[in-house]
Design a binder for this molecule. Structure first.
Ligand code: F0G
Length: 458
């Protein structure tokens, strides 16, 4: 069949509010042009994030009812632990309330102060956590990542030569390498197994710890199966196991490829680190068998982890992202090619060449989609990563220099007709293109300014 259908049906639905263009303009003004501040009920298609926004399956809802809320060693903990072991192969598991808590615990226990954290590209919260603890973060995306319009199978790769150079300069200064799979800030692009293997070998040679930011490990594994020679026909589950086997550990947000609405974990084979991390967990998150999560949450993640590696689900997932990407491109909206796993990234610099980087072209595109059709998306560029470095006072630059507008697709939420509506909205955005102006920031915070900044149109 040409049509890859949603491999699920609806058991209950969430009713949304329809709005007019005038209402949306007013909502924007009231939110000081920050899309994070718009009440979600007015976002007809909410593509702000794929994080924690997915629909749970009937089995996950059933799991909710089975949650064991005992403080220590609850039945739900053992189910969670066994699912994490099955999918990752790791048995030291530290549950956390979401991914960034795992990151904070990892970076605190690794001791990143005055050290380097190397990466293909760190996501915003990961970078902020490391910087807040005094680390210097260095993103080293591969060369193909710099050219948004040219497709390549694994644009999430790290630049291995740059990594080798850094490690040879002074490996003792490096706290760890974090490989983000898929590479969210770099366009949602996958990392090849070969690239991960080479990076792992370099880390071993230089005795540097190698961690995965594994939020979207299943999508990355599916791309490996689809695109990397030697992996055709292998199960996604076995590819995922191989991926995890290369690392000393990983941080994970169950809000993405855990198919859950909250949760996360840290896994590691470094016993000393695990011991320290567990102490910190008890102090800040909760007892080691729940780590800030309810028994119910642990149940939903256990089920979600087993569902997310299913090929039927991933085939539909990646196909629907590709459908949106191809549709936008066909309507004259340049995107990062090829579309990523969880999101399509509009190349805002190419779409709005007259809006300078300092006027946030990615944000201008995101605002236009909201005005025209109530579609909420998210800037990834100067607004998210730029501004003054809180430590050095220097002007920061987004990794790879790309100004993007990200349309992240929640898992199992929207149908083909939602995507078709979105493409009609895109046609209206294209029609207004020449009138689109940039923005200026009128109020901001030193870290993660995009979440709370006030903006005004120029
Ligand atoms: N790492 C990556 C690559 C992420 O994309 C995220 C979250 C995190 C870590 C943190 O996980 O939210 O559970 O604390 N990304 C979301 C996004 C917020 O919209 O891309 P968390």
């Amino acid at each position: 069949f040409k049509t890859i259908i949603e491999p699920f049906r609806m058991k209950f639905v969430e009713v949304m509010k329809m709005t007019t263009r005038e209402q949306r303009l007013k909502l924007l003004e009231e939110a000081n042009y920050n899309l994070f501040k718009i009440p979600a009920e007015y976002c007809l298609i909410d593509l702000l994030t794929d994080s924690g926004t997915g629909s749970m399956s009937a089995d996950q809802w059933a799991g909710l009812m089975q949650g064991d809320e005992s403080y220590a060693c609850a039945r739900s903990w053992f189910k969670f632990k066994s699912a994490v072991e099955e999918v990752t192969g790791f048995c030291n598991i530290i549950p956390t309330h979401q991914g960034r808590a795992a990151e904070r615990i990892l970076f605190t226990t690794l001791g990143v102060k005055d050290k380097l954290v190397l990466s293909n590209t760190l996501f915003d919260t990961t970078r902020a956590n490391a910087e807040f603890l005094g680390a210097e973060c260095v993103d080293m995306p591969c060369k193909e990542n710099e050219d948004p319009s040219t497709p390549a199978p694994f644009k999430g790769n790290i630049d291995l030569q740059a990594l080798e150079r850094r490690l040879e300069e002074d490996a003792s200064k490096v706290a760890c390498l974090v490989m983000t799979v898929t590479n969210n800030s770099g366009g949602g692009q996958p990392v090849a197994m070969a690239n991960l293997k080479a990076a792992a070998a370099l880390c071993r040679q230089h005795k540097v710890q190698f961690y995965l930011d594994a939020c979207r490990f299943a999508e990355n594994s599916y791309f490996v199966r689809d695109r990397e020679p030697g992996y055709e026909g292998k199960s996604v589950k076995s590819i995922a196991r191989e991926l995890f086997s290369l690392a000393d550990g990983a941080t994970f947000s169950a809000k993405k490829d855990g198919l859950a609405n909250t949760g996360g974990f840290l896994i590691s084979n470094n016993e000393d680190l695990v011991q320290k991390a567990t102490q910190l967990l008890i102090m800040t998150e909760g007892f080691p068998t729940y780590g800030g999560l309810t028994g119910r949450d642990l149940e939903t993640i256990a089920v979600g982890l087993r569902e997310v590696v299913k090929e039927d689900y991933l085939e539909y997932r990646i196909a629907s992202t590709a459908f949106l990407g191809a549709g936008l491109a066909a309507r004259g909206i340049p995107i990062v090619e090829p579309p990523g796993g969880h999101a399509v990234y509009i190349d805002a610099t190419a779409f709005l060449p007259d809006v300078p980087r300092s006027a946030f072209p990615g944000h201008a595109v995101a605002v236009a989609f909201f005005v025209e059709g109530g579609v909420r998306s998210c800037e990834i560029g100067e607004l998210m990563f730029g501004g003054e470095d809180p430590i050095t006072g220097d002007e920061r630059r987004p990794a790879g220099g790309l100004e993007l507008c990200r349309m992240a697709i929640p898992r199992r939420v929207y149908t083909q007709s939602h995507m078709e509506y979105l493409l009609e909205v895109a046609e209206r955005v294209v029609a207004t293109k020449d009138t689109l102006k940039g923005f200026k920031v009128t109020k901001e915070t030193p870290y993660l300014r995009h979440f709370s900044a006030d903006l005004a149109p120029l």
